[in-house]
Every structure is written in C-alpha cells, then in structure tokens.
Design a protein around this ligand. Structure first.
Ligand SMILES: C[S@@+](CC[C@H](N)C(=O)[O-])C[C@H]1O[C@@H](n2cnc3c(N)ncnc32)[C@H](O)[C@@H]1O
Length: 264
C-alpha cells in the first residue's frame, strides 16, 4: 500500500527477486544496545524493589559491560503504519530496540488513537500489548520504563512528566522522543505557561541527541534519549514536588494530542 491511499495489492515476486534481494541499511544491533545502555544506565532501581532481587530490578550486562536494567516499554503516537512510511520505520526501530534491550514484546504497550483495527491486530500478532484506552500519556512508571514517543504533541510529554512528577518515579523514566531543549527553543511564546513540566524538566534532564541521516529527517529528526538522574532532580526547589497540578491546557486552541472523551 502506498502513501497515496491506494488499495492493498498482493505482491508477487519478480523474476530473480529474492535471490539477489537488497538489504536495507538499518542501525546495527550494537547501536541499539548502546542507545539503551546509555539511557538506562541512568535509571534508578524501582522503588518497590530497591532492597530485593526480584525481576523488576534484574540487571543485565550490556555489550560494553555496563549494567542495564530490565525495562518495560510504552509506545505512544507511532502513527498509522499501514499508510505512513515514517511510522513504519519507527515501528522497525522500536522492534530493534526491544530486541537489543531484550524486552519481551508483551512488555511493550502501544497506543495511538489513529490505529485502525487492522493495525491493532498486527501489533497483537507481533506479541505487543495494545492499550485500549486513551491515557493521554499519563502512565506511571512503577519500574524502569522506556517511553518511545516519536514526534508527538508536547502535551503528551508534559502529561507523562506530570504523572511521574516525583523524585521517586521520574528517575525510572527513559524517553526516546523529541528533544525537550529543541521544543523549548522552538516554542518560546506561552511554552512556560502551557507546558510547565517540560519547562522545569529541561534544566534537570539529561539529553543525548541521536544523529539523523539526511534521508531520514522525516522519521528520526530531533530525537534524543532523555533521562532524569536523581542527583539532578534535587536542583529543583522542593516546592515543585508538592501536589503538582494536573495540566489543563485551557489556553491551547491547537492542542496537538487527542484527549479522552469526557462523559457528560
Ligand atoms: C505528529 S504525529 C507523529 C506520528 C509518527 N510518530 C511520525 O513521526 O510520523 C502524532 C501522533 O500522535 C498521536 N496521538 C494523538 N493523541 C494521542 C494520545 N492521546 N495518545 C497517543 N498518541 C496520540 C496521533 O494520532 C499521531 O499519530
């Protein structure tokens, strides 16, 4: 199926195809491993398992000898991968990351309101867990969790930060998504008012920017691995952690995310 919305067609093998098939150059597995190791070495132990040796804090050695915690994964906003090339590449990257991080497919939860029922079925067939309700990104990380949030609305990141806005939970969050610094620089006006959690996180998070080949700009531009080291969080005033208010976005006419339907 093409991006022009044409119907699916049965693909027939051309004469000679298959024998001389070209291999697409993706990131090598070692790169994905390094990516995860770099981010996850910052992750703290899960609060409930700090003193035990249970599966949540089971540590594995990454390729370079650093310890890498066992991660859960949540993917928001992948997009419609049956119609978008970018989404297909991002899905491929996600599968490589899961493989490199030895994250079981069932431990990867995915959600996008744009998924068709066919796409949800494909993801289930792959073994992933399809989230059935719109969480608006408000998922608590009770154990070290990779959030794969590529090119998504700022409110999705802001909501995720709000839900984990605690010195205990934030260090368990590893985001692969848009650079917070990039967002702050691009959207000066009203950014502080509407996206207060991103604004505060910028000064304490650690961002590692991923290089993006020029032919992949639409797919992987402005992507960073973002972590929240515990020792950096102490730089924020104590008052920020007390009863953080849920974001409302009443001043945002162009909210870039789809919100859950409220019952009237
Ligand atoms: C700009 S598109 C990015 C799609 C794809 N990742 C890409 O880079 O082409 C933003 C995506 O976020 C999804 N989205 C909107 N609201 C969402 C929500 N509440 N939870 C998860 N995803 C959401 C949209 O459906 C859309 O697919």
């Amino acid at each position: 199926m093409s991006d022009t919305g044409e119907e699916w067609q049965v693909a027939r093998r051309r004469k000679g195809a298959g024998r001389k098939s070209k291999t697409l150059q993706g990131p090598p597995k070692s790169t994905c491993k390094q990516l995860l190791a770099a981010g996850s070495s910052d992750l703290s132990k899960a609060p409930e398992s700090a003193d035990s040796d249970g599966p949540t804090e089971k540590l594995e050695r990454s390729g370079d000898g650093r310890h890498c915690p066992q991660l859960d994964c949540v993917c928001y906003g992948l997009g419609s991968f049956s119609s978008s090339v970018s989404s297909r590449y991002q899905l491929a990257m996600l599968l490589l990351l899961l493989d490199a991080g030895q994250i079981p497919l069932k431990d990867c939860s995915v959600y996008d309101p744009a998924f068709t029922s066919g796409e949800s079925n494909v993801l289930r067939e792959l073994g992933m867990t399809v989230i059935t309700e719109n969480e608006e990104g408000k998922r608590l990380a009770t154990k070290p969790t990779l959030f794969y949030v590529m090119h998504c609305g700022k409110a999705l990141y802001n909501n995720l930060l709000w839900k984990n806005w605690n010195t205990q939970y934030l260090p368990l969050v590893l985001i692969i998504g848009n650079s917070f610094n990039g967002m702050k620089d691009r959207f000066v006006q009203e950014f502080k008012r509407d996206y207060g959690y991103i604004t505060q996180a910028v000064s304490v998070c650690e961002e590692r920017h991923l290089p993006c080949p020029s032919q992949m700009i639409d797919v992987f531009s402005d992507t960073a691995v973002i972590t929240f080291p515990s020792n950096s969080l102490s730089r924020l005033p104590q008052s920020t952690w007390a009863d953080p208010p849920e974001p409302q976005y009443q001043h945002c006419p162009d909210l870039e995310i789809i919100q859950r339907e409220t019952q009237s």
